[in-house]
Design a protein. Structure first.
Length: 74
């Protein structure tokens, strides 16, 4: 069974790597427009703020869960 799993993941790796070479080399027009206007930095900052918020939320949930686990052990 273990060899079947290894074979499956090996084939999937080969399949997905060939898909990445099949993509077109043309640049997306949206990125050029945002870069020309200087708005790409706003997009990057908003994404960083969202990801930071998610990380802070997950850390706070982890702390609360650890506190509850300690109370249940007592």
């Amino acid at each position: 069974m273990n060899t079947w799993i290894k074979l499956f993941f090996s084939l999937m790796t080969v399949f997905f790597s060939t898909l990445s070479f099949a993509q077109d080399k043309a640049k997306p027009e949206m990125a050029d427009g945002l870069k020309a206007n200087g708005m790409i930095y706003v997009v990057v900052i908003v994404l960083l703020i969202v990801f930071a918020g998610i990380i802070i939320y997950l850390i706070s949930i982890d702390r609360k869960l650890n506190r509850i686990e300690k109370e249940l052990k007592k």
